[in-house]
Design a binder for this molecule. Structure first.
Ligand SMILES: [Fe+2]
Length: 238
């Protein structure tokens, strides 16, 4: 935090759940890629399609931060997001290489599989490493500034704007990543923001088709009970 920064107004963790979801998905995919049976074309195709979907969500995530959070921040602290946007740009510049390597592995002959698999695994490990660093930077440098400038209602409103800007497919993909990676209270805060932003039938479909299958029975029952009963004013993550 900057020394002259005023005391915090807010405590809502606008980054936490999304970043935890990305970290979990990064780790799972890297492990799956390292352990994949390259001689099983069907399994490999499924994994590579999942990687493409994951990379699309990574791009969406950075776009949401820039279009909503950084745009609002620019009106209060001009230049505060410049460094992180440079990190986003450097990170996005690696995507063509990654997508090219996914294509090469997909098209590899049996003799080329091992080399192509190794090249993709190492390139994705570098992508994950860079993303871990830039997400930590956002949480350690930018989040304290957001907490100093905005109260919880304003921070929740940013999350709601992000949720409203998502297509149903992107929203479902994000929730599928986030829900298993988050703590109970983070799930609750996020889903309350989604509930505010989404139509009731869309919200119920997300609960049924995305949230429920992501959780053990006990976790799901606790979440469903608290979503029905908890006061909407409690937005602070655990
Ligand atoms: Fe981020």
């Amino acid at each position: 935090m900057i020394a002259s920064q005023p005391p915090p107004q807010g405590a809502f963790d606008i980054y936490g759940p999304g970043h935890k979801g990305l970290r979990m998905a990064h780790a799972n995919l890297l492990i799956r890629l390292g352990a994949a049976d390259l001689d099983d074309p069907r399994a490999l195709r499924g994994l590579l399609n999942h990687m493409r979907e994951h990379l699309d969500l990574c791009v969406e995530h950075m776009r949401h931060e820039e279009v909503v959070v950084h745009a609002i921040l620019a009106g209060h602290a001009p230049g505060a997001a410049v460094e992180i946007e440079d990190m986003h740009r450097a990170h996005l510049a690696n995507l063509p290489e990654l997508l090219g390597l996914i294509g090469e592995l997909e098209a590899a002959t049996p003799a080329q599989l091992r080399k192509a698999g190794r090249a993709l695994y190492l390139a994705f490990s570098r992508f994950v490493a860079a993303d871990l660093i830039q997400m930590a930077h956002e949480e350690e440098e930018l989040l304290p500034l957001l907490h100093a400038l905005f109260d919880d209602a304003e921070l929740v409103a940013m999350t709601t704007r992000i949720v409203l800007s998502m297509t149903p497919e992107v929203g479902a993909g994000m929730l599928r990543m986030i829900i298993p990676a988050a703590r109970h209270r983070e799930r609750l805060s996020l889903l309350r923001a989604v509930k505010t932003a989404a139509q009731q039938d869309v919200f119920e479909a997300l609960l049924r088709e995305v949230v429920r299958p992501s959780l053990a029975d006990r976790e799901w029952r606790r979440l469903a009970d608290d979503l029905r009963a908890a006061p909407a004013s409690d937005v602070r993550a655990a």
